[in-house]
Design a protein. Structure first.
Length: 288
């Protein structure tokens, strides 16, 4: 059997069984059958068109991609390939973000919200970084061929993080480049996310972020809630919890050191905050 056909079949099975990583492991000349019917993207997806072209439906709208383009598939989007040219060559990579959610910051919001922020949805463009992204995909493909062990799992997790942050960087630049098509309130929200990422370990109050943006605290929290469903303080708290979980799981820092990192008055105060947000004490979460 042709190795391309084997990889196509393997990818189709991975998609159907909703595996954590679904990769074409190189160039394919057709799409798996799972993507030729309406398919819910359970994570984040990339399709890099190396040659030819294809058309597709994403969230009930029609689009096309051609040689040199990258297609971004947002989480929980409905995707279906409609047509492919005879000479099409694509690289497909779809992965779940839940396993790395605890160590992702708010910057990921800029990637997932892109389609909502732009006046006209845009999922396809030539990023100029296709070759760099392919290097990440190649390294991740190598981890799929190695017998699973603790070190391989950590390497895979770190590579998925690196890929995710590279994509966030690409999408943030896209937002900035097309700032004219982003409404004023969405522009404020993007700046808010960037400020929280910069100051969340030191500043938890909405007053601080509102002052930085020259807005009233009430207006800023209402704006944030209308766009992402969370108030400013809830976004800050989510950042603290994500980072706390990362420190508990991936470092030897004790509770006092983690409390100091976030500038809490003492370890007890931090422990109470953590338990209120997660339902467990830091010690319980670390043992989980």
């Amino acid at each position: 059997m042709d190795t391309r056909q084997e990889r196509l079949s393997h990818l189709d099975n991975a998609l159907s069984s909703k595996q954590q990583i679904c990769s074409s492991e190189g160039v394919l000349r057709s799409f798996p059958s799972a993507l030729q019917s309406p398919f819910m993207i359970d994570g984040v997806g990339l399709v890099i068109c190396r040659r030819g072209s294809f058309t597709f439906i994403l969230n009930q709208k029609s689009f096309s991609a051609k040689d040199g383009d990258t297609l971004f598939l947002p989480k929980d989007s409905l995707f279906q390939v409609l047509y492919v040219s005879d000479d099409v060559e694509v690289v497909i990579f779809i992965y779940q973000t839940d396993p790395i959610r605890d160590i992702m910051g708010n910057s990921v919001v800029s990637m997932n919200l892109y389609s909502h922020l732009a006046t006209e949805p845009c999922y396809v463009w030539n990023t100029g970084e296709e070759e760099e992204v392919l290097k990440y995909l190649s390294l991740l493909d190598n981890t799929l061929k190695i017998e699973e062990n603790t070190f391989n799992r950590y390497e895979q997790k770190l590579l998925l993080l690196a890929l995710t942050y590279r994509l966030c960087s690409v999408y943030t630049r896209k937002l900035i480049a097309e700032k004219a098509s982003v409404s004023h309130k969405h522009d404020i929200f993007i700046r808010l996310v960037q400020l929280i990422e910069q100051y969340y370990t030191k500043e938890r109050g909405v007053d601080f972020y509102a002052d930085k943006l020259c807005l009233s605290p009430k207006y800023l929290s209402a704006l944030s809630k209308s766009i992402c469903g969370y108030t400013v303080q809830e976004l800050v708290f989510k950042s603290i919890i994500r980072k706390s979980i990362s420190l508990l799981k991936n470092t030897q820092k004790n509770v006092q050191e983690i409390s100091d990192f976030f500038n809490f008055p003492n370890a007890s105060y931090f422990g109470t905050f953590f338990k209120k947000q997660t339902g467990m004490s830091p010690q319980q979460y670390r043992r989980k």
